[in-house]
Design a protein around this ligand. Structure first.
Ligand SMILES: [Zn+2]
Length: 343
């Protein structure tokens, strides 16, 4: 009886094998007919319960059939792997150009940031960093902003709705928020730049954006002067624009510097002669600067009048626009690939 059944399984298995066209099918077939739990092997294992004569016949025939099936599976395997490339879709034309790998590239803002960092690092500066969500203390209080200063207003800052303990938080409105954080952990002298993203609650147009990049420069030591600032700024802009650039200061006011000034650079287009871009003045407004207010040093835990320092900041985004002649600031953070791919 067992013998008949083994022969029947062999017949069925060989018929099924002819129909198989792929490796998955072959694996399923092997599972069914040669698998440990398949009927065939189960029968072979049951051989010890048969009478001695039957046991001998079933044993030898069963093993012969098993070898036959293994052989058949082997030849089916070579048949399948040889057959694969014959369908038109699978033919590989090695002369075709390769598919693009879709590698990205750096955003223009990131490229400008790297360029700026390289110039300052070559001048002996370190690059510092701080959180984009900042406490009211580091963003305003420690920088000598009076409690009623208009910059704290809803018009200028995006305040987070929740408070943690008594502290209020906001996406930082300037990279100056890192000044006191850095000073708390470092003893002068030091010279750092702080590139980063900042956030302002304002209406957007071609030259205004709510999210943009700025960088901050902070130099603190025993004897740091406005002349040092002017020299560092001129060296930087000359290296950045690869063109002799002068810097001009105008008196201004910021809570965290005293004295404070706005600074202009000589127009990159006309070299100072006057043109439509600089509105005939020969100068371009570029940022704000000043000598660090002693109240800021005190907030950082330094002794009053022990150190001097200058701080200045300006829009990295604006610099990128000048360098690449971009007329609308909103393009930079639009995520529009048609724009980004031009760089
Ligand atoms: Zn000009």
């Amino acid at each position: 009886m067992t013998l008949d059944r083994l022969e029947a399984i062999k017949k069925e298995a060989l018929e099924a094998l002819v129909q198989i066209k792929d490796e998955a099918g072959l694996r399923a077939w092997e599972n069914t007919y040669l698998g440990r739990k398949g009927e065939f092997n189960t029968l072979l294992r049951g051989v010890k319960e048969l009478s001695p004569e039957e046991r001998k016949a079933v044993g030898s025939t069963g093993n012969a059939i098993k070898q036959e099936l293994i052989q058949a599976a082997e030849s089916a395997k070579s048949r399948i792997s040889a057959a694969v490339p014959t369908t038109a879709n699978d033919v590989i034309d090695v002369t075709l150009p390769g598919a693009g790998t879709g590698a990205g590239h750096l955003h223009p803002i990131t490229r400008i940031e790297h360029e700026i960092e390289d110039i300052f690092v070559s001048m002996g500066f370190s690059v510092a960093d701080g959180p984009e969500i900042e406490s009211e203390w580091y963003n305003f209080d420690a920088l000598n902003f009076p409690p009623d200063h208009p910059a704290r207003d809803m018009q200028d800052a995006f305040w987070l709705g929740e408070t943690w303990g008594k502290k209020k938080y906001l996406p930082r409105t300037h990279t100056s928020s890192v000044q006191v954080r850095y000073m708390e952990r470092h003893k002068p002298p030091f010279q750092i730049i702080i590139p980063g993203c900042i956030f302002r609650n304002e209406a957007t147009d071609a030259s205004h954006e709510h999210t943009f990049h700025q960088f901050e420069c902070l130099v603190v030591g025993d004897q740091v002067s406005v002349a040092n600032f002017k020299s560092v700024a001129e060296t930087f802009f000359t290296a950045f624009f690869k063109k002799a650039t002068s810097v001009r200061l105008r008196p201004s006011f910021f809570p965290f510097t005293e004295p404070s000034f706005e600074f202009d650079i000589s127009c990159q287009l006309c070299g100072g002669k006057g043109c439509p871009v600089c509105k005939g003045t020969g100068w371009l407004e570029i940022g704000g600067a000043g000598m660090v207010h002693q109240n800021v040093f005190e907030a950082a835990g330094y002794k009053r009048n022990q150190y001097q320092g200058f701080a200045w900041g300006f829009g990295l985004t604006r610099l990128a626009m000048m360098k690449y002649k971009i007329s609308d600031i909103r393009l930079l953070m639009s995520g529009d690939l048609r724009f980004i791919r031009q760089f």
